[in-house]
Write a protein that binds this ligand. Structure first.
Ligand SMILES: [Mn+2]
Length: 314
């Protein structure tokens, strides 16, 4: 029999698995990828009596492969907080899914383990951008919250990129480096090199992003353009969040140059979190949520149309 551990390559996915495997060690095939690489179940070839653990990837996006694996006779333990679609009613599927707005996968794992690895769960909540949840769950524990916040953010930052080559650490390797420790404090005390490497990468990417070209700046907000580099692809999402926090009344669009056009990341003003999805959907490859949306490929000749649409969207 084979075990498969399938997890999102961001902080929430990695730390969900760290907690589970502290509680229940097992040798498993690790299946993961960069943060946006979510069709992970397509890579699982499971047979009858195999056991598949799935963490922090949308069930809706993996439904066909979920059914294929269940039909093959394998058992699945599935923990997640994204909209699942219709959860199959199958005796071999144990699904713990909660889509309430203030929960992340690592905190669902924490609940299942009665808070045994709370410091890890708090780190993941910070990393998945749930600071309120992190502070609430840290209450009564004596935790170095600023450090855990920074560590969670850095692990999350590591997941962004257009390919695994863009990332500082393959998420499977990052998982293996964290997994030996009961707490993030023990990890940092034993092995500061990862934290340092991520922090150096983050600061370098950030200073490169600060050199970006302004394509348009108005009362509405700012449209920036980043060069076609791995640094841009790693930082663009995190940079958009940072600019939005610093200028809460302005909208932002971060364009990253790519072959034939741009990858676009859109952030509505924090003071009025809507309009981002409507703007993105005016373009063929756009999509997202009201506060944060994106366009996978904006051709060069659509740039003027985008700038005009941006100004009327917010
Ligand atoms: Mn998550």
């Amino acid at each position: 029999m084979t075990y498969f551990d399938v997890f999102n390559g961001d902080a929430d996915g990695i730390i969900s698995l760290v907690q589970l495997r502290r509680a229940e060690p097992r040798t498993a095939k690790l299946i993961t990828g960069r943060k946006r690489d979510i069709n992970l179940l397509s890579r699982v070839q499971a047979k009858k009596s195999d056991y598949v653990t799935v963490l922090d990837i949308s069930m809706r996006s993996n439904m066909a492969d979920l059914k294929r694996i269940l039909d093959a006779g394998a058992r699945i333990f599935y923990v997640d907080h994204h909209n699942p679609g219709d959860i199959p009613d199958h005796p071999n599927l144990n699904a713990v899914i909660d889509t309430s707005p203030e929960i992340c996968t690592a905190m669902l794992v924490d609940e299942a383990l009665d808070g045994d690895y709370r410091a890890w769960a708090v780190t993941a909540a910070f990393g998945d951008n749930f600071p309120k949840l992190a502070y609430a769950k840290a209450e009564g524990y004596d935790l170095p919250l600023r450090t855990l916040n920074r560590l969670g953010m850095l692990i999350n930052y590591n997941g962004y990129g257009a390919s695994l080559e863009d990332l500082h650490f393959d998420p499977a390797i990052l998982y293996k480096r964290l997994a030996p420790f009961d707490t993030p404090m023990e990890f940092l005390a034993a092995d500061i090199s990862i934290y340092k490497a991520l922090e150096d990468g983050y600061e370098a990417d950030l200073s490169q992003a600060a050199q970006s070209k302004i394509l348009d700046k108005s009362q509405i907000g700012t449209i920036l353009c980043l060069d076609n580099t791995a640094a841009s692809r790693r930082i663009s999402g995190v940079y958009g969040n940072k600019l939005a926090q610093e200028n809460p009344d302005k909208a932002h669009a971060i364009l990253t140059q790519q072959e034939g056009g741009f990858l676009v990341s859109i952030r509505a003003p924090i003071s009025k979190r809507n309009g981002a999805d409507t703007l993105a959907l005016q373009f063929e490859t756009g999509g997202g949520r009201t506060a944060a949306a994106g366009i996978n490929h904006l051709p060069h000749d659509a740039l003027d149309r985008f700038i005009t649409a941006f100004k009327s969207a917010f």
